[in-house]
Design a protein around this ligand. Structure first.
Ligand code: SF4
Length: 220
């Protein structure tokens, strides 16, 4: 169990008055509300359309994102780009972010690689005000959580991505909210055939979001 003061740490006091994306990004660059900043290169804040049709929320920046300072620019980001294109979703109409804004990692047993480490509940909670502010400012009509960490932290610990992927669920986050796998899980598939199968299933889920975006546009 973390010390009491650590369990209560939160980025909430850092959220600027009358927030905009650029004010939030500037403030988050100085965030020290949990310990994840210590090992990371920089804060990787969300990026994309200021009035997106779709917000995609992952777990945390990866190694490449940490170095570049931008979300979803590494191998998982390439898988995501291809899947978005296949689903007919324009990336310029999307806002991409993570539940945690600093890269959490441990050194590889051999070599210099930095191995992704899942953030703790206390770290996700500390970082949540940034995500809430991003949602409040951009007001996406459709949100898709990518992977179990994002889905369970936003939709409840009982949420199962395998059971409930591709289905809209009631949520206060946005009018239409669903979850699917994280694109990095596709990269971990044991062989090409299963990678292709998983990628197709990911595209099917994103097409459900795309269809909802089209419906909303037609109704507007
Ligand atoms: S992970 Fe989030 S709460 Fe923790 S230091 Fe980084 S920005 Fe702040």
């Amino acid at each position: 169990m973390p010390p009491r003061n650590q369990a209560q740490r939160t980025a909430a006091p850092l959220i600027p008055e009358k927030p905009t994306l650029s004010k939030l990004r500037d403030a988050a660059a100085r965030c020290r509300a949990c310990d994840l900043w210590k090992k990371a290169t920089q804060t990787v804040f969300g990026e994309g359309a200021s009035r997106p049709s779709l917000m995609l929320i992952g777990e945390q920046p990866g190694d490449k994102e940490d170095l570049a300072g931008h979300p979803f620019v590494g191998p998982a980001g390439h898988v995501l780009d291809e899947a978005l294109a296949a689903a007919g979703i324009d990336r310029s109409d999307v806002y991409l972010t993570n539940v945690v804004k600093h890269f959490n990692w441990v050194p590889a047993q051999r070599g210099k690689r930095r191995i992704h480490k899942k953030p703790r509940y206390s770290e996700i909670k500390a970082c949540r005000p940034w995500l809430d502010a991003e949602i409040a400012v951009t007001r996406p009509p459709v949100i898709v959580c990518l992977g179990a960490t994002a889905a369970q932290s936003l939709l409840g610990r009982e949420f199962s991505v395998m059971r409930d992927r591709g289905k809209f669920v009631p949520s206060e986050l946005a009018p239409f909210v669903m979850a699917t796998v994280h694109p990095s899980s596709i990269l971990r598939a044991p062989d090409d055939a299963s990678r292709q199968t998983q990628k197709q299933a990911f595209i099917v889920d994103l097409r459900i979001a795309a269809a909802q975006i089209t419906k909303l546009r037609r109704a507007a």
